[in-house]
Design a protein around this ligand. Structure first.
Ligand code: 5AD
Ligand code: SF4
Length: 468
């Protein structure tokens, strides 16, 4: 048994990163014969993509996927630790699995992902949920075949690493879409914002080598993919941990030069956004004019307590530079009710929202995460007040989301049609600026980038018809 360790997760050394190749041993390849797996994914795109890797590994072992948990032989929960409610959902699900296991004791059940990287969660699992067969973390997905082999040979497996982490190349992926693909460019984060658990659960920043990333994009293009999203917790810091002479702007340019129709990237930390990146985004039509630029707070006092390394003024300066990208849309993340946030601090956040008029924003109430510095800060704002702030913020965010969408009415935009929409006789897809559009169109357009005229506008989506 290898448990996670919070103390180790906090450490960063300058030990060089190890690059490894994933390989699966022949003896594991039939383990899943006649067995069905169910996987439920919580949280961010990074987890979504990890699940795509886990699915492909399981299918190499001859497991087949099933969408109903009740019929599965193997159940995995790929978990998220970012806020308390993500935790609660997972523990609720573990309760349901326990119930299932009472009638079908042969079910193998396990958890992985960010919660598995938390020392307190594993301690709780060992005392209260000791019947779980398998726990593995975010650093050792490649070892899943061995772990499962041991589980099927009667050994419970808990294997979570907290220190460092490697870069593993060549892990297969069973992608959810045939047209859009996630491409990891880096793992982990070294920023240590004081509220955030990610640096502890995902470990040290490790960038993939540029040639590996570009090869993956070229392969995806060959397979017919239309869009790739370069993925990382803090993509702008790409390459800083490598001893190479390239950075995120070089990677963006190389990605654009593959000529894949659409290149996106998330998430950007304002700290590392360079002028050179902005120039590259402007230079290539296939780099999409959409930027997610988390603000978190508009108060300099709170930003400092959050350890965000920028001020409201420097954020706005960067924001204004980004606005020079033609037709750009910008979204953000905001936390309300950070420990010690006063009404005045909150009003400063509203001020920034009023200046930036974001296309959209993800808004959250601060959630104390065990082991982070912010969890120890004095937090005397009642939840009721925090909820009122969130409500007020959301009203403002929605107002600007609608105003931004209104500008699209009667305009012609390019949409990558991904699949069927919930609306009758319609397909859904996204504009270059990441607006969701429901388009009246037949299925033959699925997978194509088409010109669409916008006929109706709502707060969170647009409606349109294909232009002839
Ligand atoms: N509490 C509330 N929101 C958080 N986020 C990260 N950590 C916390 C936390 N402890 C939010 C941030 C981040 C987004 C992914 O989640 O806004 O940008
Ligand atoms: Fe968390 Fe900050 Fe890293 Fe983003 S940049 S993952 S908020 S520590």
């Amino acid at each position: 048994m290898l448990k996670p360790c919070l103390k180790e997760a906090k450490v960063r050394t300058d030990k060089p990163i190890t690059f490894k190749e994933y390989k699966i041993e022949q003896k594991y390849k039939n383990l899943g014969k006649n067995k069905k797996y169910f996987i439920k994914t919580y949280g961010c795109q990074m987890n979504e993509h990890d699940s795509e890797n886990i699915k492909a590994i399981l299918e190499q072992m001859n497991f087949s996927e099933i969408k109903e948990m009740e019929k599965a032989d193997l159940i995995l929960l790929n978990t998220c630790a970012i806020r308390e409610n993500a935790h609660n959902k997972v523990f609720g699900m573990i309760g349901r699995i326990k119930h299932l296991k009472e009638t079908k004791p042969n079910i193998v059940a396990g958890i992985c992902g960010c919660m598995a990287q938390e020392e307190i969660v594993i301690d709780e699992i060992l005392t209260k949920y000791n019947w779980l067969n398998l726990v593995f973390g975010t650093h050792n997905i490649d070892n899943l075949p061995t772990l499962l082999y041991n589980v099927y040979n009667g050994q419970k497996q808990i294997e979570v690493y907290s220190i460092e982490g490697d870069v593993i190349e060549n892990i297969p992926a069973k992608r959810d879409s045939k047209y859009k693909a996630w491409v990891n460019i880096m793992y982990g984060c070294d920023k240590f914002c004081t509220y955030c658990i990610v640096p502890y659960t995902r470990g040290r920043q490790r960038s993939r080598k540029m040639e590996e990333i570009i090869k993956e994009i070229n392969d995806l293009k060959e397979e017919g993919y239309k869009e790739i999203t370069l993925l990382g917790q803090n993509v702008n810091a790409y390459g800083k941990d490598l001893k190479e002479d390239y950075d995120m702007s070089d990677l963006l340019e190389k990605a654009a030069k593959t000529n894949i129709p659409r290149v996106r990237f998330i998430t950007s930390h304002p700290w590392d956004f360079t002028d050179k990146m902005i120039e590259i985004i402007k230079k290539y039509d296939n780099i999409m004019p959409y930027i997610h630029l988390p603000l978190q707070s508009g108060s300099n006092r709170i930003l400092k307590l959050m350890g965000r390394r920028y001020t409201k003024e420097s954020y706005l300066e960067l924001f204004n530079k980004l606005k020079t990208i033609p037709n750009v849309s910008i979204t953000t993340d905001i936390i309300v009710g950070f420990p010690g946030e006063t009404e005045e601090d909150f009003n400063e956040t509203l001020d920034v929202v009023n200046i930036c008029k974001y296309d959209s924003a993800f808004t959250f109430i601060f959630s104390a995460r065990e082991g982070t510095p912010a969890a120890k800060m004095k937090d005397d704002t009642p939840l009721e007040i925090k909820e009122q702030r969130l409500y007020k913020l959301n009203e403002l965010v929605n107002k600007y989301a609608k105003e931004n969408n209104d500008k699209y009415l009667n305009k012609e935009v390019l949409v990558l049609l991904e699949g069927k929409s919930n609306k009758e006789n319609s397909l859904m897809g996204y504009t270059e600026t990441m607006k969701l559009v429901n388009v009246k169109a037949s299925d033959k357009y699925i997978g194509q980038i088409v010109k669409v005229k916008i006929t109706d506008v709502k707060t969170w989506s647009l409606d349109g018809v294909i232009c002839n």
